[in-house]
Write a protein that binds this ligand. Structure first.
Ligand code: SF4
Length: 407
């Protein structure tokens, strides 16, 4: 068995329009887009052409155990286009028996026939971006779908899961959106649970530069929950989901037994993955490589890969994972936390440096250990749940401070 990545992320950058909080590498195509022919199809076909070239540019291909088609809004594509993508992997990399093949879907961009088309193409897990079931909140956030679209999509996915046509699905919500007070948030959670999704992702709203929300915040026109309200929302999420049988396996992710996202665990564990498409980041052997976020630059970049041979430039057998801070951060997000000795070992520090850096980190974490936000069992450190998970930023920031100081 070789050590080539067994997971691939594919970025489909198209959306109908940009939501008010989103700073992803997306290409808004408007409402009338038709990806096979007609309006917008030329842009889409051209992108898919370069995406395929990039996928084929890898020399050291190995059979894949997870594929994740994200975006953007991949469900803007026609099922035929999704099938072509999956077939490309099947024919050139191989796909393991029982592989997890996930696709992100947006409630207002697919119908029931499309769903069957995606399933026939090979998708066996869906991630549905509901964000909220409240029409006022959805509109205030620039989402294109309404509560009715979300409910319909949930019912379709619930039915296909119950009938065994798909292996799992995730219902994704955003916590602390504008207008989402304690009551509205509880309503959203309770509504989500009625569809019994095997997996629920709860993302915290981040105000990113360049977004509509950022401008509104700067001009004082957007009221968001304060820290106390946000903490209360987070705590209620944990309790409501726990009482409904969900366990939190990562800060933003809950699931019923057996439904953790295998693909996301690859990122969090620091194992290698391929990534294809503009703005996406791969990490085949520890070293990260981010593609240009703009289409024109991305296309140029793909062309240049054939000249410099991207694949061989990525094979750096002597590479040491330098971003220890990132590895600790990702590890702490997981329920099981991290074995600090294991991650320190990868740095190949001498004994004295190892001990010195460890004692400095422990000093930084002393108060969190005392207050119970952080828990230590032998060499393993993990966040308490829900308090440590909800206040994880404080612990992670202190670790970044430690990292800056020792470098
Ligand atoms: S649909 Fe998703 S990717 Fe597209 S703009 Fe909205 S949040 Fe961003």
């Amino acid at each position: 068995m070789n050590n080539f990545p067994r997971s691939a992320y594919v970025h489909i950058p198209f959306c109908h329009r940009r939501c008010f909080y989103c700073d992803f590498a997306v290409i808004p195509l408007g409402n009338k887009v038709e990806t096979l022919q007609g309006y917008g199809s030329k842009t889409v076909k051209e992108y898919l052409h370069f995406l395929s070239r990039e996928i084929l540019s890898i020399e050291h291909k190995s059979s894949l155990s997870t594929i994740y088609i994200g975006g953007g809004t991949p469900s803007i594509l026609d099922p035929k286009q999704i099938k072509e993508l999956i077939d490309l992997f099947k024919e050139n990399y191989g796909i393991d028996y029982g592989a997890e093949i996930t696709m992100e879907v947006d409630p207002a961009s697919f119908n029931q026939n499309d769903l069957y088309g995606f399933i026939n193409a090979g998708i066996n897990r869906f991630s549905l971006g509901v964000q909220s079931f409240n029409n006022q909140i959805l509109q205030k956030s620039g989402r294109r779908h309404l509560r009715e679209d979300a409910e319909k999509s949930c019912l379709w996915l619930q039915r296909e899961y119950d009938s065994g046509l798909i292996k799992s699905w995730s219902l994704d919500l955003i916590q602390n959106l504008p207008l989402s007070g304690f009551k509205e948030w509880q309503d959203d959670l309770k509504k989500a649970i009625t569809f019994s999704p095997p997996h629920i992702s709860i993302y915290d709203l981040n105000i990113e530069n360049g977004t509509v929300f950022k401008k509104l915040v700067n001009s004082g026109k957007l009221k968001l929950p304060n820290d106390e309200e946000a903490f209360k929302n987070g705590e209620s999420t944990y309790l409501i989901l726990k009482n409904s049988g969900y366990s939190r396996y990562e800060i933003s992710n809950y699931c019923l037994p057996g439904h953790q996202s295998r693909h996301n665990r690859v990122y969090w564990s620091g194992s290698g993955w391929w990534s294809f498409g503009q703005g996406s980041t791969s990490s085949p052997w520890g070293e990260k490589l981010t593609r240009p976020r703009v289409s024109k630059e991305y296309k140029k970049w793909v062309n240049s890969q054939y000249e410099i041979n991207l694949d061989s430039s990525l094979i750096n057998k002597d590479y040491v994972y330098k971003e220890l801070d990132e590895k600790i951060m990702l590890g702490l997000r997981l329920k099981e936390g991290i074995d600090i000795h294991e991650v320190f070992k990868e740095q190949h520090w001498g004994n004295r440096k190892f001990e010195r850096n460890l004692s400095k980190l422990l000093k930084e974490w002393e108060s969190f250990l005392e207050s119970g936000l952080l828990v230590r069992k032998g060499n393993r450190f993990f966040l308490s749940d829900p308090k440590g998970m909800e206040l994880s930023n404080q612990i992670i920031i202190s670790m970044f401070i430690w990292w800056d100081r020792i470098n």
